[in-house]
Structure formats: C-alpha cells, structure tokens
Design a protein around this ligand. Structure first.
Ligand code: C5P
Length: 227
C-alpha cells in the first residue's frame, strides 16, 4: 500500500471486546485481544490519517499518534464511536461488541446464598455498525453522506460467503472483513486470515498472515473507495 494515501483523512477504529457488567466485580465478556484493531490504527497513523481509536478493554499500549478513547461496555463504545464518527471519513468497527447485556446491574456484589442462584436476564445491545449504516443512508438523502466508508468485521464458521453477504447488506456497510475462525487464528493471535466482501465488487481473499498485513490490505481497499 501507499505510504501517505490517508493524509487529511479522519478515521475511527474500534478495537477490543466489550464487557457487560453483572455487578461491581463481574462482567460478561469475550476473548477479543484488540490486536487487529490496534494494527489497523497503527497502519492508518503511518499512512497519514488522523486516528481516533476507541478501545474496549485492551491490554496494549496506546499506539503513538492516535487519539485513544477507552471504554468498557457496548453502550459506552456506541457513545464514543458515534461521537467520533461525526465528520469522520472512515469508520472501521473491529471491536467485538457483546450482543446482549444484563438487564440489571447489581449495585453491590452478588452474594452466595443457599439454594439456587438468581438467573441473569439479558437484553439486546444496540448494533452500532447497523446504526452507522442507517444514519448514513438517511444523510445520503440530505446530501451529506458521511462516513464515506464504513467497514465491519465478522467471524463466520460456515457458509462464509453467503452469511457474510447477508450481514454486509443487513448492516449497510461498504466492506465486511470476514475472519476465518479456526485453530491459531483470529482471537488473541498475531495471525489472521480473511475474505473481504464489498457491497459492489468481488471478494478479496487475504491469506493467513500477520494482522499488520491484513490491516494494510484493508486500508488499500478503503483508500481506493475514498473520493
Ligand atoms: O453481527 P455480528 O456481531 O457478527 O457483526 C460484527 C460486526 O458488527 C463487527 O464489525 C462489530 O464491531 C459490529 N457490531 C456492532 N454492534 C453490535 C454487534 C456487532 O457494531 N452490537
């Protein structure tokens, strides 16, 4: 990829995995390390972009040159991403956002009581990527369609192309990076393999390799779509 093709571009990258509080000390979480999102942020800085990195529970040092906003829950991630997306050229949603959160967050630590534990009831989290797509669709009608490029990530285990295509359409994004979930791939590892689906073009296969390489190819595809 080119070295300065993102100069003057404002980009937002979400990374990591959300935590949904059960009580002050417990949460429902996932195994996302934030490595892929951080690689995307670093690469964008290197290519000249003004980068806001919204990091959910990532145990990595802040990438130099990026504005980092740390969040914990899906609701907080939504607020940070939507705020940063105002006027941004590109949003890349690499974070693993919890689909559900506990209906009630207990104010004090849940105690061990005799007998059966209380159930934890869940409610749906907002789909931030779908919301970004929907907001842009409305703005298109007003003649101010930004962000210009919206990128989603997805992990699929089966029917990668069919499931990926359906997700791309449902979420209204331009590119969907479909990770191949498997042994020693994706979560917490330095390597990744993916297929990038485009709303209006052929899929691009990214062979197994470092997450930095995948980041470079994603920015190549994004840069190619920026007017
Ligand atoms: O639907 P699924 O979770 O597979 O979609 C993954 C993509 O959607 C990722 O880009 C993720 O960041 C985004 N997402 C989101 N809000 C959610 C769930 C997922 O923005 N509540």
């Amino acid at each position: 990829g080119s070295t300065a093709d993102l100069v003057g571009r404002r980009v937002v990258v979400s990374a990591g995995g959300t935590r949904e509080a059960i009580d002050p000390v417990r949460f429902i979480g996932n195994r996302s390390s934030g490595l892929q999102g951080y690689a995307l942020a670093r690469t964008a800085v290197a290519r000249g972009a003004e980068v806001t990195l919204v990091a959910a529970n990532v145990g990595l040092p802040d990438p130099a040159g990026a504005r980092v906003v740390r969040v914990e829950s899906a609701i907080q991630l939504r607020e940070a991403v939507l705020a940063a997306a105002e006027g941004a050229d590109v949003v890349v949603m690499a974070a693993a956002v919890a689909d559900f959160r506990p209906v009630r967050q207990q104010a004090t630590k849940i105690k061990k009581t005799p007998g059966e534990p209380e159930p934890i009831y869940l409610t749906k989290n907002p789909d931030i990527l779908a919301e970004l797509g929907e907001t842009r669709r409305k703005r298109r009608e007003e003649g101010r369609p930004y962000p210009e490029v919206i990128v989603g990530f997805a992990a699929e285990t089966d029917d990668v192309l069919a499931n990926g295509r359906a997700k791309l359409a449902r979420k209204g994004c331009d590119l969907l990076v479909v990770n191949q979930v498997g042994e020693n791939l994706a979560f917490g590892t330095p390597d990744n393999a993916a297929i990038v689906l485009a709303a209006d073009g052929d899929p691009v296969e990214i062979p197994r390799g470092p997450k930095e390489d995948l980041a470079g190819i994603v920015w190549d595809l994004v840069a190619g779509r920026l007017v």
